[in-house]
Design a protein around this ligand. Structure first.
Ligand SMILES: [Zn+2]
Length: 558
């Protein structure tokens, strides 16, 4: 979509022809805004007109068009020059035509995006107290009103609080939250909703026909989807597509190329390759798409869309009947959805979402997307965390690496618990048990063994302090020096020395020193757990997951 965007900004006029030509001139032509039209009609027919109107909605939904329509409705005098405000402006009287051509002396427009200051608004409001020159109402249209400075808002508010009867304000904004409540409370608010793609498709089909252009249905669908709720954006794309086709049929392929979209069938194939762990094939497809002009970021977006759709197919096959999809795609989707498990799909979603962010931020998006695909294909072979645990607990064949002998935590088996945030909601807590080792502790050889001894002797509180609060500085047989934080009881060292001497029958000297020391055992365990392949796969599969705790496997068996 980026190329189109750039074109639109660079040559706005070149592509706005259709949008201007088919700008709605009556409320009836405003598509998708039924609620707004109904409320306005009621207000006008019952004569209860608000002093100000606030139109809000995403860019391109028709805010300024609606503002001008309201201006017409308020000032129309009808073909015979005798009519009053009407929900159905005639379109032929002097006021209607002048407003349509942006040249009505009593309808003043200001774009607050470029004129944000107090002087701008003062200048605009200067004539507020004078009666309109020719029309019934003096109408002030302020676009992007949220951009006004605080002072400008205050000036505006003064007028809004005591407006002369002949003045009406129509504000438009894309960011309603930035408009002060004091202003909002004096306006009747209308939320212009994003136009649905089916409605847009119908609109574009009608306009193509009136333009005498032959546009394939698939092309119209793509344009409607790319328009993302905006009639204006969609018409710009349609305009461009028609002029590119130069009198010939506008094909789906041509629009796809123009929009930098990947071929839909290839998106299926790509996901299929990735999910079956075929890295080579996946990268080949990506390279082909890239060469054909598809943006790598768009490829990830397409994959996300497909994964989302497959997930919905799984939950409710009948509800996922997207009319924008061809029958062949639907059949293929059903097969894929039945093949892939729900945890696998949600893992794919997580990885793609993370990948999308990376691809957008990367200086070379293609490489970033390649990495995403490689990662996904690699994980595709792996069991989901839930399956891995099941296999492990039933003694199944998931390879598990024993803790390295040099590791400070090699006393017993450790169990890592990863908390995976949202991702883990429906997955049982991913826990992984590593190979347990037999432990005998006549004389502790490491600090970890000391802690273990305290656990065995049911000195849980002391063991926890040693593990979490103590940073080991020196360890020898009979000598321990450590550094501890202010939360550690002062007599900890004395207690530990006394008990150790008692239990081992050997003298132990334990002292507190001021040197920095090693990370705590607890910190080391977490670091260690992270390097375990199984835990690593869990962390990779659930971006954003962190290890919450590392527990001894035999904690619960006691
Ligand atoms: Zn009129």
């Amino acid at each position: 979509m980026t190329d189109i965007q750039a074109d639109k900004e660079a040559g706005a006029d070149a592509y706005r022809v259709l949008a201007r030509k088919y700008r709605p001139t009556t409320f009836g032509q405003l598509i998708g805004q039924d609620a707004l039209v109904r409320t306005l009609t009621n207000a006008i027919t019952s004569g209860r007109l608000a002093q100000g109107y606030m139109l809000t909605g995403v860019r391109g939904v028709g805010k300024t068009t609606t503002a001008r329509l309201i201006a017409r409705a308020l000032n129309c005098v009808g073909p015979d020059g005798k009519g009053g405000p009407t929900p159905d402006p005639c379109g032929v009287c002097a006021h209607c035509t002048a407003i349509a051509e942006d040249r009505h002396v009593d309808v003043l427009e200001m774009d607050a995006a470029s004129r944000t200051g107090i002087d701008d608004i003062r200048e605009l409001l200067e004539g507020v107290r004078y009666r309109p020159t020719s029309a019934r109402y003096k109408i002030y249209i302020v676009d992007e009103v949220h951009m006004l400075s605080e002072k400008a808002f205050n000036a505006l508010l003064k007028t809004l609080e005591e407006p002369p009867e002949h003045v009406k304000f129509i504000f438009a904004t894309t960011e309603i939250r930035k408009v002060p409540v004091t202003v909002l409370s004096r306006c009747q608010r209308f939320d212009l909703r994003r136009i649905e793609s089916a409605e847009l498709e119908k609109l574009f089909a009608g306009i193509s026909q009136r333009e005498g252009a032959d546009v394939e249905d698939g092309a119209l669908k793509l344009i409607a989807r790319a328009a993302d709720g905006s009639a204006r954006d969609g018409l710009s794309i349609l305009d461009q597509a028609i002029s590119q086709a130069a009198g010939k049929r506008v094909t789906e392929m041509a629009v796809r190329d123009m929009l930098g979209l990947a071929d839909r069938a290839l998106v299926f194939e790509l996901l299929d390759a990735v999910m079956s762990g075929d890295v080579k094939k996946a990268l080949g497809i990506l390279a082909g798409q890239y060469a054909a002009g598809a943006s790598p970021v768009v490829v990830v977006q397409d994959l996300l869309e497909l994964v989302h759709w497959l997930t919905r197919m799984k939950v409710a096959p009948e509800g996922a009947a997207d009319p924008a999809l061809a029958e062949t795609e639907r059949t293929r989707g059903l097969v894929m959805a039945s093949k892939l498990g729900m945890p696998v799909l949600s893992r794919a979603w997580q990885m793609l979402i993370k990948g999308l962010g990376e691809a957008r931020a990367a200086p070379m998006p293609l490489q970033a997307v390649e990495m995403v695909l490689v990662r996904m294909a690699y994980v595709a072979d792996m069991p989901t965390p839930a399956d891995a645990i099941k296999q492990l607990e039933s003694g199944g064949g998931v390879p598990v690496r024993a803790p390295a002998p040099s590791a400070p935590t090699n006393g017993g088996g450790v169990r890592a618990v990863a908390s995976a945030g949202v991702a883990a909601e429906r997955v049982p807590q991913p826990t992984a048990q590593l190979a347990p080792q037999a432990v005998s502790l006549p004389a502790p050889q490491t600090f970890a063994e000391i802690v273990e001894l305290f656990e065995k002797k049911r000195e849980a509180r002391t063991a926890a302090l040693l593990k979490r609060n103590v940073r080991l500085v020196r360890f020898e047989q009979g000598l321990i020096e450590f550094n501890s934080d202010q939360h550690t009881p002062k007599d900890l060292a004395g207690q530990v020395g006394k008990l150790l001497t008692e239990w081992t029958g050997q003298r132990w000297v334990v002292g507190v020193v001021n040197t920095a020391g090693q990370p705590t055992l607890h910190e080391q365990e977490i670091e260690h757990a992270k390097s375990d392949p199984l835990v690593k796969s869990i962390l990779d599969a659930f971006p954003g997951a962190t290890i919450a705790a590392v527990r001894k496997a035999d904690d619960e068996s006691r």
